[in-house]
Design a protein around this ligand. Structure first.
Ligand code: 4AD
Ligand code: MG
Length: 434
């Protein structure tokens, strides 16, 4: 007789019935006549109980020899188990063993160093915590797309090979493009500006690259960024959009990923605060004064260091929006403030609890003359930007947008120390494998 083959996360719907699950042995223990197999299938983990009297002796003995990550097909009756997180267990009636590893599985439940785990990332993905993190990432990706799709944005994919820098020339990955130089994109923004003039509101969501030579807990060399861009939007509206967007996507995870947040032992207090009420707006100038009081040696005109972001955001119980940064250290496309060109119409959203910047954006410079001047000042090759300057020659309008780094968001939502666990296969200065 065949029984329905189900995902572990669904077995509650089959209480009292016999079902088949397919997966891998996560852990096991035995006590005489009973064996308890923790089986995972990617959707969840279920305890499968084998009672000696219920199966053949051969099968009982074979089960006893299973090692971690053996692959299995298990059939049994679904029973309630109030003590397990899933709420159910399986009383095994049949077990098919597909593969028993010849070698001991490298990742045991004991503690391993981070370098070892990253070297074994292809296997580490199977562990409970990594599973929870990457499911939250997956949910955030969906929530991000849903947010902009429901608001009628057009999804416009930006190119990965680009002829020009966008975020400064110091972090460009150069590659040979049939004898010419090309760069891996640092941001899709300039293309989204073209898109905003064509479609009104657009977004791109894809991998971006920065040759970050610094080893910090916030930096990857390859990360995913979502970048909305809207015609006729000013800096105030840009901040409001970013705030509402962040509230929606964080709200989604709080609603749908409770179990994963529990696995990560995430205290969700700050995430709960995030979805209620407004984010404090703090000007860069005020933030510098506040940082100085907190003991930082930052001076007006310096960019925030990682430590500055950490101490500043620990002062708040939800994300904050820092705006009007000095023009001097921001990208060439930032619009200068009308009254004080020393600052620009820029904004960053910093996540609380010491996490720091997760969003960067602002209003774009609309004046052709100013942009030409800025391109020269930033020592950028004008030819590569001719197409971009066309956007200011044909129906230039005020516009704004922002970029959210997906991995920074996942790091904060999951309450992790380092960004490296939030992407399936992290790329950092000293890591290209696996
Ligand atoms: O602040 P950034 O450099 O802004 C831009 O690229 C704009 N062109 C975006 C726009 O307005 N369309 O980067 C945006 C975000 C940061 O706030 C951060 O979350 C993330 O991208 N980010 C990184 N994440 C991981 N590793 C890195 N090396 C990152 N660099 C930036
Ligand atoms: Mg930034």
């Amino acid at each position: 007789m065949t029984h329905p083959t189900v995902r572990i996360s669904d077995i509650g719907q089959y209480l009292g019935q016999t079902v088949t699950i397919r997966g891998w042995l996560y852990n096991k223990r035995s006590s005489g006549k009973l064996q308890f197999l923790q089986v995972r299938d990617g959707s969840n983990i279920v305890q499968c109980v084998i009672f000696k009297g219920d199966v053949s002796e051969d099968l009982f003995n074979a089960a006893d020899k299973l090692s971690q990550e053996s692959s299995l097909i298990v059939t049994g009756v679904v029973k309630e188990d109030k003590r397990s997180p899933l709420g159910f267990e399986l009383g095994v009636s049949d077990l098919q063993i597909l593969h028993v590893p010849a070698h001991e599985y490298p990742i045991s439940p004991k503690d391993h160093g981070i370098a070892f785990l990253l070297d074994h990332r292809h296997l580490w993905l199977r562990s409970k915590r990594q599973n929870a993190i990457l499911k939250i990432r997956s949910e955030l990706i969906k929530a991000i797309r849903d947010y902009f799709d429901q608001k009628d944005f057009v999804c416009l994919d930006a190119p990965i090979f680009t002829p020009n820098a966008c975020e400064g020339t110091s972090t460009l990955f150069e590659t040979d493009y049939f004898g010419d130089k090309a760069y891996l994109t640092q941001s899709g923004q300039l293309y989204m500006e073209a898109g905003a003039m064509a479609f009104g509101k657009v977004y791109c969501f894809g991998p971006t690259f920065r040759a970050e030579k610094s080893k910090t807990r916030r930096h990857l060399t390859e990360f995913w960024m979502v970048e909305p861009e809207v015609a006729f939007m000013n800096i105030e509206e840009d901040m409001a959009l970013a705030e509402n967007f962040l509230q929606e996507v964080v709200g989604r995870v709080l609603e749908t990923k409770k179990e994963e947040l529990e696995i990560l032992e995430r205290d969700t207090k700050f995430l709960q605060n995030t979805i209620k009420g407004n984010f404090p707006r703090v000007s860069y100038t005020d933030a510098v004064a506040q940082l100085q009081k907190l003991g930082s040696d930052i001076k007006w005109g310096d960019d925030f260091g990682g430590d500055d972001e950490t101490i500043l955001t620990k002062e708040y119980d939800r994300p904050i929006i820092v705006h009007h940064f000095p023009t001097a250290f921001k990208a060439f496309y930032m619009k200068e403030n009308q009254h004080d060109p020393k600052v620009c119409e820029s904004m960053d959203i910093l996540a609380p609890e010491g996490y720091g910047e997760i969003i960067g954006g602002g209003e774009r410079e609309t004046s052709l003359e100013t942009l030409e001047k800025k391109i020269k000042e930033h020592d950028l090759p004008k030819e590569a930007f001719e197409w971009y300057l066309d956007l200011r020659k044909y129906g230039s309008v005020p516009h704004a947008g922002f970029g959210l780094g997906l991995e920074r968001l996942v790091t904060w939502v999951c309450g992790l120390h380092h960004v490296r666990e939030t992407i399936p296969f992290p790329r950092m200065m000293e890591r290209l494998k696996p």
